[in-house]
Ligand binder design. Structure first.
Ligand SMILES: [Zn+2]
Length: 186
């Protein structure tokens, strides 16, 4: 499962994919279904954090503040949603041997479950759905420039971005969000 879009370089390795599949398929009892989905979501979210910190980038930011929390958790969830969207889409194209768990319903249910879960999470996490839905990409700019934003650096721009997303995390305006994001890295 490669997550490919023009601007994205996140790739889930084959071993990571197998691991997620194992989690999802370790039970054939439908009543466990929701727990498996939740577990898979949490695991993918953790992989996303690793993607956002792949060169120990968080150390460069130093003290984790509110800005860090909102940026990091929303982007981890945005990446999580991308993974599940592609995962579900991919499965619709595969021909699987007959199995009750691999029935038509689960791949649709899985993505809907993750979307629903993210939307109900605390605000910094729920913002991830807006970023995903409105296609506000370019998470890697944040990852690559954590050292430029640590401590008191660019405090005013960080505050403007934070205030905007805190007040609008359920209804982001793409243009405004992109503008405030760009200001951070000028
Ligand atoms: Zn997290």
């Amino acid at each position: 499962m490669n997550i490919i879009n023009i601007n994205s370089d996140i790739i889930i390795t084959p071993s990571q994919k197998s691991f997620i599949e194992e989690v999802l398929f370790c039970g054939d009892d439908h009543h466990r279904e929701e727990f498996m989905f939740l577990l898979a979501k949490v695991i993918v979210h953790e992989f996303a954090h690793a993607q956002l910190d792949y060169r120990d980038d968080n150390v460069k930011y130093r003290k984790k503040d509110d800005f860090w929390h909102w940026m990091e958790e929303s982007m981890a969830n945005q990446l999580t949603l991308e993974v599940f969207r592609d995962f579900s889409r991919g499965y619709r194209h595969y021909k699987y041997q007959k199995s009750s768990f691999r029935s038509k319903s689960w791949e649709d249910t899985l993505f809907d479950f993750v979307v629903d879960f993210v939307k109900k999470q605390p605000p910094a996490y729920a913002l991830g759905y807006e970023l995903f839905d409105k296609r506000i990409w370019r998470w890697w700019i944040w990852r690559n420039h954590k050292d430029d934003l640590g401590g008191q650096k660019r405090a005013q721009q960080k505050n403007s971005w934070l205030q905007y997303v805190q007040s609008n995390y359920r209804n982001i305006d793409e243009e405004q969000a992109e503008k405030l994001y760009d200001e951070l890295f000028k």
